[in-house]
Design a protein around this ligand. Sequence first.
Ligand code: BES
Ligand code: MN
Ligand code: ZN
Length: 495
Amino acid sequence: MEFSTKRSTPEKRATPCIAVGVYAGRKLSAAAEALDRASGGSLAEVLNRGDMEGKLGATLLLYKLPGVAAERVLLVGLGAEADLQEREYRDAVRAAVKAAQETGAGAATLCFADIRTGRRDAAWKARQVALVATECAYRFDYMKSKKSEPRPLAQVELLSTARDASAVARGLSQGKAIGTGVSLAKDLGNLPGNVCTPSYLAEQAQKLARECKLGVEVLEKKDMEKLGMGSLLSVAQGSRQPPKLIVLHYSGGAKKAKPVVLVGKGITFDTGGISLKPGAEMDEMKFDMCGAASVLGALRACAELKLRLNVVGIIPTTENMPGGAATKPGDIVTSMSGQTIEVLNTDAEGRLILCDALTYAERFEPAAVVDIATLTGACVIALGHVASGLFSNKDALARELLAAGEEAHDRAWHMPLWNEYQEQLKSNFADMANIGGRPAGSVTAACFLSRYTKKFDWAHLDIAGTAWKSGKDKGSTGRPVALLTSFLMKRAGKA
Ligand code: BES
Ligand code: MN
Ligand code: ZN
């Protein structure tokens, strides 16, 4: 899908399809009014017939309006003008793109850059248009023997004025870059566990590195043994697939500038191990590498945006399988940090691979470390599928990430990380247990990680509820690539 902007008035723009907004109560947006005027009141006439009230997301397609250069006019409901915020704006854009996709137009011009959306500027709106349109065009049919028809909408144009044309153009290209990262994360998440193995992830990281000129290194089991990553390796030992520790470097900043380090949980399939999960919906545990996928997606976006900062991506990746060699409940392992862990539940494996990756992050003298993980079912109970859980040892970093989530409409919610919760991790036999019982399960998981992140500013995003959708729309969401990219853009001074 291609994106472009054009400085024109709506009635003069010769395009296969032009989309304009209508607010609730049949109130025309400025662009709709322009078409109405040019066509001698045709829009008002249609609305007066009662075919379109302006309900958010409703659409109505009109042909051959007199005095209008476009072949088709698509009316898009915006809902009440006073209620139009980020979410409503995105919903309206989605409705417009989906309706245009159903026509034979092949290209669409959206008159949405001037729709007032809280305090958001034209660049933000253009970013969202490109992101939402990319989402609408996304298909995952690599594993089907018959591919779906290619989507007919090849081009999306966003109309602009002399005043906002450059902001709109910039926003569109940013949105496209972020959308490419989101799609990459979705693809990796959607691939089944028998294809997307740790070795596959490592190959994809190498491919990304080639395409985007990133540095890459893949540590093998023997390297991890030398580093003393006993915790990560204890998760891998039940699997026939070799574990990998993938390290990627994006160097857009000054040589000496400290990097932001992103660490992504890469469990390519989580059976629970010897603490085996129940069978229902276990297939969804192929998504347990969505943290890793979001790191790759964010790095891809960074490279396309040419952000001026340094970013290191670290991906510990393995399967979590039962087997004769698997870790057993009660086993005690020694992490790279030297701290010992009593593995009371082998299904709490994410923290076991992350802790060694976080210790490994120390060597990069990070400006900040953010880990991203489908870590706990408890986080899904706490926040559902709307917000990712955010935990941090530094409030300023938490605030940055919260703001990035708001700006990208890929939101997180700040959760507590108080010392009171640490007591739940007490073990009679080792330095700590790997589980803290049922109460506040997402908090005690974060508390566990906090014991490995004392040397730097750190935040943890629990994306268990946000990384994929279940049910009939089952599939990876690509979250939180947009949040991470927005955060990195701000850090690079390019937002
Ligand atoms: N990958 C899961 C977390 C998860 C569960 C994500 C459901 C999305 C949906 C993680 O490895 C896990 O199994 N966590 C356990 C931890 C428990 C044993 C302390 C959980 O949440 O049940
Ligand atoms: Mn698990
Ligand atoms: Zn898991």
